[in-house]
Design a protein around this ligand. Structure first.
Ligand code: ATP
Ligand code: MG
Length: 268
């Protein structure tokens, strides 16, 4: 294992009924990185996260986390080892309050006796998760009444309460307002101070503001890696996104085609 690498994915492939959703991916993430993962729909981004977190079994390859291979381990075992993730769709308990959701998430790592004994107050892990996400003011609200953005922050808080060293976030700002996006960007920057974070994201403006290292996936392969500017300037990346925009332009009426052409340079 190379020095400092927290996560090392090597020669990873995933096959669904003969279709190679992931086709020989290598990915190295160092301790303390805030790494963005982008790529067109179906590129294999979520599948990669699914493999790292034990949800999907790869056909070939290894996933080393702090030197230990994660392939073949159960999902809960991987969580206990310090790898946490959010899903593209929300998984909070709507009837439970914010603090109860956080407490439940944190309890995953607590010994059984501490669960049986009724505790007073909130644990340090829950307090820290509330503080970093700014959810302390909403502690007693049922999760079901939270706005979309607040719900996403709760999910991120639930991850943090589990004390992971690696966080994998699947499109955390999808569907958020501009204000919620910038709050989430600040939250990720804050979290990345003492965690390693991998974020799947499509929004280029968000990447420009908050990303340093970016990995681009396309058709199950790593297309390129680098800074946001390097990646945007890469002809291969432009071809992948421009090619898609051209196909779109062919099926939209002429007045809309002009709008597509102007935004075609944008990696989304
Ligand atoms: N369980 C599954 N069974 C069969 N095919 C699947 C399964 N999961 C994913 N795929 C296929 O694998 C490919 C990669 O999917 P994946 O969800 O990883 O893409 P993605 O990059 O996350 O896309 P998006 O941006 O739309 O979320 C797609 O073609 C998808 O249809
Ligand atoms: Mg996805």
């Amino acid at each position: 294992m190379s020095d400092g690498a927290l996560l090392e994915v090597r020669d990873l492939s995933v096959v669904f009924d003969g279709f190679r959703a992931i086709d020989g991916i290598d990915l190295t993430v160092q301790h303390g990185e805030l790494r963005f993962l982008i790529g067109p729909n179906g590129a294999g981004k979520t599948t990669l996260v699914d493999v790292i977190t034990g949800l999907t079994k790869p056909a070939t390859g290894t996933v080393r986390f702090e030197g230990a291979d994660l392939v073949g381990r159960k999902e809960h075992e991987i969580v206990r080892m310090g790898v946490g993730r959010t899903f593209q769709t929300s998984v909070v308990f709507e009837k439970l309050t914010v603090v109860e959701n956080l407490d439940l998430a944190a309890s995953f790592r607590r010994p059984l006796w501490s669960l049986i004994r009724r505790r007073r107050g909130v644990s340090d892990a829950v307090a820290a998760a509330m503080e970093i996400t700014g959810l302390d003011v909403l502690a007693e609200r049922p999760a079901g009444v939270l706005s979309h953005g607040q719900r996403q922050w709760l999910e991120i808080g639930m991850l943090i309460a589990q004390g992971p060293r690696l966080l994998l976030l699947d499109e955390p700002v999808a569907g958020m307002s501009a204000d919620e996006r910038s709050r989430t960007g600040q939250l990720l920057t804050e979290i990345a101070k003492d965690h390693t974070v991998i974020v799947i994201e499509h929004d280029m403006e968000f990447l420009r503001r908050y990303a340093s290292q970016v990995t681009v996936l396309h058709e199950g392969k790593v297309l390129t890696e680098g800074s946001v500017d390097e990646v945007r300037a890469d002809p291969l990346v432009q071809e992948v996104y421009l090619g898609r925009a051209r196909e779109d332009a062919a099926v939209v009426p002429e007045e809309h085609a002009a709008a597509v052409a102007t935004t075609a340079g944008e990696v989304t």
